[in-house]
Design a protein around this ligand. Structure first.
Ligand code: F0G
Length: 457
C-alpha cells in the first residue's frame, strides 16, 4: 500500500506530548472511561474528528490578516461570495458559524411540526435540528450501507425506490425539503454517485420538493465520483461539483471539513423568498447577513480554503492517506467498514470483540484500549451513541454495527503517525481476548455519548 507524498511542506509545528502509560491510566479513570472527557493535551494522536481540526495554509493565514471587520458589507464577505459563486453557483448564501447553525436556520424557515425530511442518512446534528422543530427525519440509504464487507463503490447512495415509496406514503405536501449527505458520515464516510444524485434530484423535482445537499465533504465525494464512476474519469473536479450543485436548490455546509477552516459554515439557496426569510432568521440567531456569526478574517480563510479544498493534488493525497490507513489496518487483521471512506476509517469493534455483548459496549472498550495503549483518541459509534430503550416492550434496541471512527484531520498527521496508529491497533488486536466491556455509571437522557461515564467490568 503506497502512501501518497504530501503536496505541501510543513512551515509551523505544534509540539505533541508523549503521555506515559501511567498518566493515561489516570486520565482514563478521571474521564470516567469516556474519551470526550479527556484533556486534548493528554492525547498523542487525536482522531476524534476531522471537523475544524485541519491545518490552514500560509495563504489562508495570510488572507486572514487582511480580514475586513466591518459590520456590514465587508470586503471579506465579497471575497467569500466570489469563491461561493465559482464553486457552487447558488444565487444566494449566508455565512453561519458552523454547519448546525445553517441546519437550524433552514429548519426554522421551512419546517412545520409533523413534517418529514428524508435523506440518505442525516448526520446527528441535522437529525436533532429536525426533531427540535417537531419534524420527523427519515433515513433512506441503500441496504448495502449496513454491510461492512461490501466493497460497493457508492454505499452512501439513496435507495430511490424507497424514496419514491416514502413520498407516496407521507405525501409531498408534508415534505418541506429533502436532503442528501455527501459523503455519508453517519454511514462510514461512503460517497454518493453522480447518477444517484441525478436520480434523487429528479424525484424531488417531480414532486416539487426543494432539494438541499449537506455538503460538508462534497469535495471528497466529487473525487470519488471521478475515481470510481463510469464515464467520469478525467473530468475536471470543478465540473463535477458544478453539476452536483446544479441538481439541487440549496445546500448546508460545515466549512470545518472540506473548506479547510477551523470555524465556519453556510446556508445557500436559489429561491429569493427563502433567502429573504433566512436573512431575517440569521439576524436573530447568527448575525448580519454579510458576516453570519463569523469574523471578517474567518470569511477570508474560508474563501481561500474552499478553493484549496478542491485542489486535485490535495484531494488525491487526502483520499489516499485515508485509504492507506484503512488498507494497513486490514493487513494487520483489524476489520473495518470497507471500502475506506473519505475522511475516516471505521473500525468494526463488533467483529473484533465478538465476546463482548452490545450491552457491555464493545466499541467503547476498543476506544478505551486504543487510548490506554497508544494515546490514540477515536470516537465510539455504536451502543453508547445509539442504544435505545423501548418503553412499550421494555427492551433495549442495539444498533447493528459497533464501530469506532478514526477521523483524519486535514493536512495534520504524517505517514509515521498513521503507521504508529496501525502498530497500536495490532497490539490491541493481539490482546483482544483479554479485553472486557464496560458498565454505564452515569448517562443523561439525550446525546449521552458526550457526557456519560463508565466503569470497567
Ligand atoms: N453534517 C455532517 C455530515 C457532519 O459531519 C457535521 C459535523 C455536521 C453536519 C454539523 O456541522 O459540526 O459544523 O455544526 N460533523 C462533525 C463530526 C462534528 O465529527 O463528524 P458542525
Amino acid at each position: 500500500m503506497n502512501y501518497p507524498p504530501e503536496p505541501f511542506r510543513i512551515k509551523m509545528v505544534e509540539p505533541l506530548r508523549r503521555v506515559t502509560q501511567e498518566d493515561r491510566e489516570h486520565a482514563l479513570r478521571e474521564a470516567g472511561f469516556n474519551v470526550f472527557a479527556l484533556r486534548a493535551e493528554d492525547v498523542y494522536i487525536d482522531l476524534l474528528t476531522d471537523s475544524g481540526t485541519g491545518a490552514m495554509s500560509d495563504r489562508q493565514w495570510g488572507a486572514a490578516l487582511t480580514g475586513d471587520e466591518s459590520y456590514a458589507g465587508a470586503r471579506s464577505f465579497f471575497h467569500l461570495a466570489e469563491a461561493m459563486r465559482e464553486v457552487f453557483g447558488f444565487r444566494h448564501f449566508v455565512p453561519t458559524h458552523q454547519g448546525r447553525a445553517a441546519e437550524n436556520i433552514l429548519c426554522a424557515v421551512l419546517l412545520r411540526p409533523g413534517q418529514y425530511v428524508p435523506s440518505n442518512m442525516h448526520f446527528d446534528t441535522t437529525q436533532a435540528n429536525v426533531l427540535a422543530r417537531d419534524g420527523i427525519p427519515e433515513n433512506l440509504v441503500i441496504a448495502l450501507a449496513a454491510d461492512p464487507r461490501s466493497r460497493d463503490p457508492f454505499k452512501g447512495n439513496m435507495d430511490l425506490g424507497r424514496l419514491e415509496e416514502f413520498i407516496g406514503r407521507v405525501g409531498a405536501s408534508n415534505i418541506p425539503f429533502g436532503m442528501i449527505t455527501i459523503t455519508n458520515n453517519a454511514g462510514g464516510g461512503q460517497p454518493v454517485s453522480l447518477e444517484n444524485l441525478r436520480g434523487v434530484s429528479a424525484i424531488y423535482r417531480r414532486h416539487g420538493i426543494p432539494f438541499y445537499i449537506d455538503a460538508c465533504r462534497y469535495a471528497e465525494n466529487a473525487f470519488f465520483i471521478r475515481e470510481r464512476e463510469a464515464g467520469q474519469q478525467g473530468r475536471p473536479l470543478r465540473d463535477i461539483v458544478r453539476e452536483i450543485f446544479a441538481l439541487a436548490d440549496g445546500a448546508t455546509m460545515s466549512a470545518k471539513k472540506d473548506a479547510l477552516v477551523n470555524i465556519g459554515g453556510f446556508l445557500a439557496m436559489n429561491d429569493d423568498d427563502v433567502f429573504q426569510r433566512v436573512c431575517n432568521e440569521l439576524i436573530l440567531r447568527e448575525g448580519f447577513p454579510t458576516y453570519g456569526g463569523l469574523a471578517g478574517r474567518d470569511l477570508e480563510a474560508m474563501a481561500v480554503g474552499l478553493l484549496e479544498g478542491l485542489d486535485e493534488d490535495y484531494l488525491a493525497y487526502r483520499v489516499g492517506q485515508t485509504r492507506y490507513l484503512g488498507e494497513r489496518l486490514l493487513e494487520v487483521g483489524i476489520p473495518i467498514v470497507e471500502p475506506p471512506g473519505g475522511h475516516a476509517i471505521y473500525l468494526d469493534a463488533g467483529a473484533l470483540l465478538p465476546h463482548i455483548p452490545h450491552a457491555e459496549f464493545p466499541g467503547q472498550a476498543l476506544c478505551v484500549e486504543l487510548y490506554r495503549q497508544g494515546g490514540i483518541r477515536g470516537v465510539e459509534i455504536g451502543s453508547t451513541m445509539f442504544a435505545r430503550w423501548d418503553a412499550h416492550t421494555g427492551e433495549m434496541h442495539y444498533p447493528e454495527l459497533e464501530l469506532v471512527r478514526l477521523a483524519l484531520p486535514r493536512r495534520v498527521y504524517t505517514q509515521a503517525h498513521l503507521d504508529y496508529v496501525v502498530s497500536v491497533a495490532a497490539r490491541v488486536r493481539a490482546g483482544r481476548e483479554a479485553l472486557r466491556g464496560l458498565r454505564l455509571t452515569y448517562a443523561p437522557p439525550l446525546l449521552r455519548h458526550f457526557t456519560c461515564r463508565f466503569e470497567p467490568l
